[in-house]
Design a protein around this ligand. Sequence first.
Ligand code: WT7
Length: 635
Amino acid sequence: MDIRLKTFEEYEAAYEQAKNNPSEYWGKIAENFQFSKKWQDVTLGDFTDGEIRWFNGAKLNITENCLDRHLETRGDKKALVYVANDPSEKNQEFTYKELHAQVCKTANMLEELGVKKGDRVCIYMSMVPELMFTVLACARIGAIHSVVFGGFSAQALAGRIVDAECSVLVTNDGGLRGTKVTELKSIVDEALKEKDCSCVKNVIVHKRANNKVTMQDGRDLWWHELFDKASDKHTAPQLDAEDPLFILYTSGSTGTPKGVVHTQAGYMVWAAYTFANVFQVDPGESSKDMYWCTADIGWITGHTYITYGPLLNGATTMMFEGVPTYPDAGRFWDIVEKNKVTHFYTAPTAVRALMACGDDVPAKYDLSTLKVLGSVGEPINAEAWHWYNEHIGKKKCPIVDTWWQTETGGILISPLAGLTKTKPCKATLPLPGIIPVLVDDDGREIGETMAEGKLCIKHPWPGMLRTVYKNHERFMNAYLRTYKGYYFSGDGAKRDIEGYMRITGRVDDVINVSGHRFGTAEIENAIGKNTAIAESAVVGYPHDVKGEGIYAYVVTDLKDEAEVTKHINDTIIKEIGAVARPDKIQIVSGLPKTRSGKIMRRILRKIAAHDFNNFGDTSTLLDPSVVEEIKEGVK
Ligand code: WT7
């Protein structure tokens, strides 16, 4: 399959072709995949009507493209290498033939339970191979997977189960991360007690941690009992190009998390194309390239760049159960050395955390197999970029700073490894098919080259979300109506004289904490569930390791700070999960509001960042003394 561009000139030519004639370009790219029926139209719909379709009329099965079609050419090549939390535990390895068999077994197991095309399956698992089998098994039978990250609480899980009306849930007894066991099954039990979660007819429990769990008769079933009897032969049904493939929930600036919907053919083409071109992994049958993305499959990065992208290309993908600092801060580098990792893809927050452990840690390991380094999830700061380049890449590995979002399905702006000249902290240039523009507050495009503005995309691309689950209006409002005729990303960006992009971060009320996305409203609503807190306002502020930290201003009658912190943390852990706990809490007597009652977040953001100047126009403030008090409080 040749979807891979090999020189910068080829990239430039492809960019022009995709821009001038998208139907012709993507039609040609799609020829490289297995379809049982060809499409009638390559692309339909635009950002005004919001009815986006790609490869309309085609029939396919994405898992045949991930697995079956590789069996003849690379059946014995490693597809998945699994590294366990405990360094003394041997890796589990699956060749393409073996992974195919495991996925077929899992597909048969789900079908035995009555799971059909279009049904929603919730997956709440730690990083075990069975998580990947389940994702692919759903895709194989046309069930829509909804993976919920194992760090989310029972309440958050319940909300997602109800929204998607899942009929089956797959989980572990417990997840192993560092020295901790996450009791996933008991969190599931708690979630399923919630109102409206009765849609879940069966819970399949994979045994990993051997912690004690209770199994509910008639509802809960052991994975091994079903899986062991399931056949490893499965004929893949043919699905429509625009049938939903998965739902993944993500936070926005308002309301509850949105169920982002991705569909079959467009997502497949985008995942495969972007993986091939950005990372330049050699997919050959005897290639020794070992690609490792450190994300969790619970996030979009794990969907597209641990699971679908690498497998669609016939590459070897590695999956890690644990955390970067267990048993010590050298764990990532130890894994790179032991497994001869060639392509390494992680988040700036991990780079910063490991940088803080000292240069002598990576220096102890043989990192000479590395060829390409990747970064994703948040803007990478200069210090982290240079450290990554010098101490990990030894100045010989291109760094691909990949900008994208849950909604975009795959990477939109990034260097292509070895092809694009990189510059520190810049995501550089758009992939073919992506026309980024910077707009001002009124939605007018600014500048040809050097400019700063809000980042929008001009035309639909194959991998973009199609809708918000059961709420197309919300999709239209959140992405397509802010600036008419454009997809609005919610990010700000700067473009330099060469057209290189630097993404500066969110310009909406979304906070990016260690690459995890939260809406300020979502956190405020959670805090508001605590009766001891009268009111709160949450903003992001610069944080050395996390990128952004969560700063909560709260109004309460309680005087004792420790008590307030405990109240808030307990509520957040219950409503969202420990990852969303505020880093700083300030008790205030009131919030700075306009006469119409709107909180002036701009001021709160400045104070949280210790920037006490230039508050801008404060003449609409109802009570300016509140600002003085908050300023004094933080100092
Ligand atoms: C938001 C999307 C994309 C998978 C992981 C996060 C920020 C992502 C970069 C980057 C600067 C980045 C943006 C974006 N972001 N990658 N390379 N440089 N910012 O997915 O949870 O959907 O979050 O992450 O702010 O909007 P997500």
